[in-house]
Design a protein around this ligand. Structure first.
Ligand code: C2O
Ligand code: CU
Length: 471
């Protein structure tokens, strides 16, 4: 959509934001979520009806330089309300895209202008935060890449938006979104895994080249455990933020929903050879994700590049653990869980009644019924003073994995089951294995009410959602 179309449509400027400020630096971009049809599973199958940004699945890759201002007018072409959340970007609260909490949802036909500075370099992504178990699953998500001012030297860069679809034999999306079985177990696991919206057989590579591969897990529920056979990928960033370069544990790159990992891979295979990338996260369900297919030509170089692969740090405030306030967060519920009752709508409710209402999960004993219920937004589970360091000690008291995501901040992962982590990595989405305990720390330097929820979108819809206030 060009400038003229934008001016003609209804422009809803968020409070306190003038148009001049919104468009002052950087181009005004646009994004239109709307129904579309895409070919996902190859020429011999019909097209798939999806919901897509600008007609593409994934949506267009948005690329900006660190420190730039991003202005994006989102015009809703869907038959229902939507919002856009810029996952991992530390935006002002009003730009965070959470319906009812930070903005009114965008009605069909309306436009909302998102406008914010991008402070951190890295691999981020965008997706709706309204009815997200359905909207993200129908195809609404895209990569948001923030380039370092001085990037590391690589020969080539690629982004893999990984997604998982539950397709029917005619390649249409099974519309059993948010069903109780998926919600109370592992989330929606599909039958078709795509890379950038396609079932891919081959990825062409060249011997000797150094590749920076940005992985984004856009699936509702599927975790990935990727093995690049015969290669030694190095992890250089997690959730966008630099980490000391290291090989993944046991050579397997684990990626939970919403997480990102940047890898540097030196292509050390022989010209003309072919090696598989295997996903074996779920035992007994290993499959070949894609083959790396080496060009037959001479290698680009004989020895791997010797230049460094450490990224410059992002401008994140360092937690001051000496003065930190500590909060405990317990995740409960789900099938085979120990939770017998929880608060829902201000009432202590037994687990059977919860489940009859299609709910199954709680944070600190409270089941969240959506972003907005009976005129109330979610009450914060705790309030932090601006500038304060907070340690959250999380305990997963369930039989299931939960990738927990905090909005508006990045946090350091301090420990797992009482043991300090090796890299104290910055993340915005941390995976808790069944029964695992994880401690995170961050400086509450971004004022507002921020979502803190499980990013298995069926779990979020089933109650595993809360907010934290920074005042
Ligand atoms: Cu990626 Cu609250 O979301
Ligand atoms: Cu969960």
């Amino acid at each position: 959509m060009g400038g003229a179309g934008l001016a003609a449509s209804l422009l809803l400027l968020p409070r306190g934001l003038s148009l001049a400020h919104a468009t002052g630096t950087g181009p005004l971009r646009s994004l239109v979520p709307a129904p579309a049809r895409v070919r996902m599973v190859g020429a011999e199958h019909p097209e798939t009806a999806v919901w897509a940004y600008d007609g593409q699945v994934p949506g267009p890759e948005i690329r900006v330089r660190q420190g730039e201002h991003l202005s994006i007018a989102v015009t809703n072409g869907l038959p229902e309300e939507t919002t856009v959340h810029w996952h991992g970007i530390r935006t002002p609260n009003a730009m965070d895209g959470v319906p009812h909490l930070t903005q009114k949802p965008i009605a069909p036909g309306e436009t909302f202008l998102y406008s914010f500075d991008v402070e951190d370099a890295g691999t981020f992504w965008y997706h709706p935060h309204h009815n997200s178990a359905e909207q993200v699953e129908r195809g609404l998500h895209g990569a948001l890449i923030v380039e370092e001012c001085e990037p590391i030297r690589v020969d080539r860069e690629a982004t893999w938006v990984l997604d998982d679809w539950r397709l029917l034999p005619d390649a249409s999306i099974s519309e059993d979104f948010g069903n109780f079985r998926d919600m109370s177990h592992a989330g929606r696991l599909g039958n078709t895994v795509t890379i950038n919206g396609q079932v891919l057989d081959d990825m062409p590579v060249r011997a000797g080249e150094r590749l920076r591969l940005r992985l984004i897990n856009a699936a509702n529920g599927r975790l990935f455990g990727l093995r690049f056979q015969g290669h030694r990928p190095m992890v250089i960033a997690r959730d966008g933020h630099p980490v000391e370069p290291h090989e993944p544990e046991e050579g397997r790159v684990i990626l939970a929903p919403a997480q990102r990992i940047d890898l540097v891979i030196d292509m050390e295979g022989a010209p003309g050879s072919r090696v598989s990338v295997i996903d074996d996260f779920y035992p007994n369900q290993a499959y070949r994700l894609v083959d790396l297919v080496y060009d037959a030509g001479a290698p680009l170089r004989d020895h791997p590049l010797e230049t460094g692969i450490s990224l410059p740090p992002n401008p994140l405030a360092e937690p001051d653990l000496g003065s930190a306030i500590r909060h405990e967060v317990v995740l409960g519920g789900g099938m085979m869980g120990r939770m017998t009752e929880a608060m829902m709508g201000g009432r202590m409710t037994d687990i059977r009644t919860l489940m009859r209402h299609g709910m199954a999960w709680a944070i600190n004993g409270v089941v969240a019924e959506g972003h907005h219920h009976g005129g109330h937004v979610l009450d914060p589970i705790f309030t932090l003073k601006r500038g304060q360091t907070c340690v959250i000690a999380m305990e997963n008291d369930t039989a299931w994995h939960h990738p927990m995501h905090l909005h508006g901040h990045a946090f350091r992962v301090l420990s797992r089951n009482g043991r300090p982590t090796r890299f104290r990595e910055w993340q915005d989405t941390v995976l808790l294995a069944p029964r695992e305990k994880v401690e995170i720390a961050f400086v509450a330097d971004n004022p507002g009410d921020w979502m803190f929820h499980c990013h298995i979108l069926e779990h979020q819809a089933g109650g595993m959602m809360s907010t934290i206030r920074v005042a």
